[in-house]
Design a protein around this ligand. Structure first.
Ligand SMILES: [Mg+2]
Length: 208
């Protein structure tokens, strides 16, 4: 089966790391479990200017490289590959983070998997001539993913229309109130992700 795996808060603990960053840089103390919204400006009570700085800081190399892997994620992705699945890493990060994102993946042991940069949030970023292209979610829908794993309510709303794709919602505080669409299942961790994928059957697969 073809599997879409998000990076932030699916492969690595981004929000927990950003809580530390917000406290260190802006003195905003918010516990990870209280990040009940995907809008970090609101979560940390940042002004427009602070949010701009926060966004810039959060995409810096030393910050991106510092995110710890989500428990079970690296072994989980490698297990999917060993089982014969095709894993694509699909991120909403700006394409200009490619070098740092690739370095993190390589250091984690996931350097062999292709990364696609998707405009998940309707944001535009300046990209350099060496940056990979950024594509739309509808462009990658045509790849016919059997499974998509994501945590962002903004993205999940769009993935609800991918009728042939089983969407695994990685349970996080900010998607606790998200109403699952018919094609969605909530997964608490990578153990649940792997068992969901094991029991899924590809509607795109030929034969029986
Ligand atoms: Mg994410």
């Amino acid at each position: 089966m073809r599997v879409y795996v998000d990076i932030d808060d699916v492969l690595c603990e981004t929000a927990a790391s950003l809580c530390i960053l917000a406290e260190r840089e802006f003195g905003r103390k918010v516990a990870y479990k209280d990040v009940g919204d995907f809008d970090l400006k609101a979560v940390f009570g940042l002004s427009d200017g602070e949010m701009e700085r926060f966004r810039e800081l959060s995409h810096r190399r030393e910050v991106l490289l510092s995110f710890p892997a989500t428990p079970g994620a690296v072994d989980g992705v490698l297990a999917l590959k060993s089982a014969g699945h095709l894993v694509d890493i699909v991120t909403g990060r700006p394409a200009y983070t490619h070098r740092d994102t690739s370095d993190w993946l390589r250091e984690a042991g996931l350097g062999d998997f292709p990364v696609t940069y998707v405009d998940k949030y309707g944001r535009t970023f300046k990209s350099g001539p060496d940056d990979p292209p950024t594509v739309s979610l509808s462009e990658i829908e045509a790849r016919g993913y059997d499974i998509a794993i994501d945590d962002s309510p903004v993205v999940l709303k769009l993935l609800a229309h991918w009728r042939e794709t089983k969407v695994l919602v990685f349970a996080r505080p900010w998607n606790r109130r998200f109403s699952l669409a018919a094609n969605m299942t909530r997964a608490a961790d990578w153990t649940e992700i792997l068992s969901s994928i094991q029991s899924a059957r590809s509607p795109f697969a030929s034969g029986c």
